[in-house]
Write a protein that binds this ligand. Structure first.
Ligand SMILES: [Ca+2]
Length: 382
């Protein structure tokens, strides 16, 4: 078989031609004898350009659903794909919903005309929402304390710029860096406008809290002073969720907690170290223990009615039982009491006794079982 035609093109069944205008070509097919031949016209149509356009490249500050808009002249079919080879077709709409992910999104539009000719265009959608965060709140220990607030960049691919406010709370350069140095004020809010290189920005707020432990804490003992052997409770008030550590441990039921039981043997100053959120304050309380000690009896008194030193008392601190007996120089008891509030007024059976030297005997039993026995002489002076 031989092929001839198409303006003298090669003797092949499928010649490749370059055409610029519509034209009719012919192919002649002839057998080897040259006696049989056949001619056939071939019309070459040239389709006009569709000018397929997938839309304008865009930068967005959001991800998710987006509509791309294609255009083409005389196209009969629109196809969208995220792959240049259109291995997966997203849809066939002129206005096509697509899903944007963070970063660069490239979509391809393939248009087809009535003759089956295709054109391909692409559109780049850059989706770059701002990804950043700041702490919701920060806690300072005292008013006007300096604290740092730092913006966390949620995407290493982001280059961020910052604008901090209000200026009265920002000590550092309000336009510099992810970290601002601020001056703590109770209840104030620090804001930062963060913008990424795509121009996407957002405002973030950090609430300032000032703990000011010294202004809110108090310390108290349920009972103070206490007697030897007695137990009371020491309490730090004013902070619900603070950690409290007590020292020294001597005489304490435990050394942690807002309230601890205390039963020291002697007067002790306890220190409570109170902490919360990195802030620490210390308070102290002196718990006085009335110790059971040797009683004191004066060596003279003047029961002359001038209200000065008219009554003789045995002076005691913490005791469980006591007794005081006074006797005259002949050994006769003239006074006997088991109550230290009751003293001797220098009388016996209603009569004033004469000035003389009298003897006394005092007995004290302490709460811890210790005993004091003391005797001596007293001058009655009028
Ligand atoms: Ca007197």
């Amino acid at each position: 078989m031989a092929y001839h035609g198409i303006n003298g093109a090669a003797n092949v069944p499928n010649p490749i031609l370059t055409v610029s205008t519509p034209q009719i070509y012919a192919v002649t097919i002839r057998d080897s004898t040259g006696r049989c031949q056949f001619s056939y016209p071939v019309r070459i149509n040239i389709s006009p350009a569709m000018d397929a356009d997938a839309g304008k490249d865009t930068t967005l500050c959001s991800v998710g659903t987006f509509t791309v808009q294609g255009s083409a002249i005389n196209a009969v079919r629109f196809q969208w794909s995220a792959q240049r080879n259109f291995s997966t077709i997203i849809g066939e709409n002129v206005r096509q919903a697509v899903n944007l992910t963070r970063g660069n999104n490239l979509f391809y539009l393939r248009t087809t005309d009535a003759l089956g000719c295709v054109e391909i265009d692409s559109v780049a959608i850059r989706a770059f929402p701002l990804l950043a965060s700041v702490p919701a709140s920060i806690t300072a220990c005292l008013p006007d304390d300096r604290k740092d607030i730092t913006v966390t960049n949620g995407d290493p691919g982001q280059t961020l710029s910052y604008r901090w406010s209000p200026s009265n709370l920002i000590i550092s350069d309000p336009n510099a860096g992810p970290t601002a140095i601020i001056r703590a004020q109770t209840g104030a809010t620090v804001s930062v406008v963060v913008t990424n290189q795509a121009g996407c920005s957002a405002t973030f707020n950090t609430r300032l809290e000032v703990l000011n432990l010294p202004s809110i804490l108090t310390i108290e003992a349920a009972k103070n002073p206490i007697k030897e052997g007695e137990t009371t409770t020491l309490t730090v008030r004013g902070c619900q969720d603070c950690t409290v550590a007590w020292s020294p441990s001597t005489g304490l039921g435990n050394t942690n907690g807002a309230a601890v039981s205390a039963s020291p043997d002697k007067t002790t100053t306890y220190v409570a170290t109170v902490s919360k959120a990195g802030c620490v304050d210390t308070l102290s309380i002196t718990l006085v223990v009335e110790e059971c000690v040797e009683p004191f009896v004066p060596n003279a008194f003047t029961p002359n009615g001038d209200n000065i030193n008219d009554i003789l008392y045995a002076r005691l601190k913490d005791y469980q039982e006591m007794r005081m007996i006074i006797y005259n120089r002949w050994g006769q008891e003239v006074f006997d009491t088991r109550d230290p509030q009751v003293g001797w007024d220098g009388t016996y059976r209603g009569r004033q006794l004469p000035p003389d030297v009298y003897g006394y005997y005092v007995y004290v039993l302490c709460p811890n079982g210790a005993e004091f026995k003391k005797s001596g002489s007293i001058s009655l002076i009028r």
